[in-house]
Ligand binder design. Structure first.
Ligand code: CU
Length: 243
């Protein structure tokens, strides 16, 4: 969907996670910010030195006297000003367009072509005071533990809502966060990665006395193990991962 410089590209076939995207945006901003910062500081120091007060008449340079107002610039200098404004505008607009394009991808998630045929699982998440309920496509529900199959092309889509007050579902390690608001559904997604991993789920919206205990775990299982577990759950639509 998005063309990236070769340096920043992922291995082909691998889905770019939200973590990848945010690290990349951070890196790009860091590099551009460093370059711009170095140029501005060097330019300032250069001028500070070039136009320093040496006590003698410099050739052709008409330094303002104390109390004298600068009369403005013309010719070459206004061109320089125009150029610097132009360059800044180009840099800022490019960075805005670039981040916005990536954030659109973060919102939408990988496209159908990027995912394996059965690599898409929709899970409903409901926040309540004080915990998380997960409902699988077959109707099976779990509290505070979200079991998911491993796999870099296994995309888990979460549809998050709330039963009572405002909460926010978030997993720092996966760089995902979604509002949990009664009457509304917000969506986020992740790929679980390797089996055996565990991620901490936390509530990121102060929601009451036990807000800090409103935690859960994402357990990443071997796909076979997951299928076995999932088929044993008491839903009506056993064995089907996609709804
Ligand atoms: Cu909460």
């Amino acid at each position: 969907m998005i063309e990236m410089p070769a340096l920043l590209q992922q291995t082909p076939g691998q889905i770019r996670t939200q973590g990848d995207i945010f690290s990349e945006i951070f890196l790009v901003f860091l590099v551009i910010g460093t370059i711009v910062g170095v140029v501005v500081v060097l330019y300032t120091l250069h001028h500070g030195y070039k136009y320093r007060d040496t006590g003698e008449e410099s050739d052709g340079f008409d330094a303002p006297q104390l109390g004298e107002l600068p009369t403005g610039q013309s010719g070459g200098k206004s061109k320089k000003l125009f150029l610097s404004f132009g360059l800044s505008a180009i840099i800022v607009i490019s960075v805005v367009v670039y981040s916005y394009t990536l954030l659109l991808y973060v919102e939408a998630g990988p496209t159908e072509e990027e995912i394996e045929p059965e690599g898409n699982m929709d899970i409903d998440v409901t926040g309540y005071q004080f915990g998380w309920e997960f409902e699988y496509p077959n109707g099976h529900t779990e509290t505070n533990t979200l079991r998911v199959p491993a796999g870099e092309e296994q995309v888990i889509r979460l549809h998050v809502t709330s039963d009572d007050v405002w909460h926010t579902f978030g997993v720092t390690e996966l760089r995902i966060k979604a509002d949990s608001i009664p009457g509304q559904t917000s969506t986020t997604w992740f790929t679980a990665g390797e089996a055996g991993e565990e991620y901490l789920i936390e509530c990121f919206e102060l929601c009451g006395v036990a807000h800090s205990q409103m935690v859960g775990t994402i357990e990443v299982m071997e796909p076979d193990e997951f299928d076995e577990w999932y088929e044993g759950t008491n839903g009506e639509d056993n064995g089907e991962d996609d709804s």
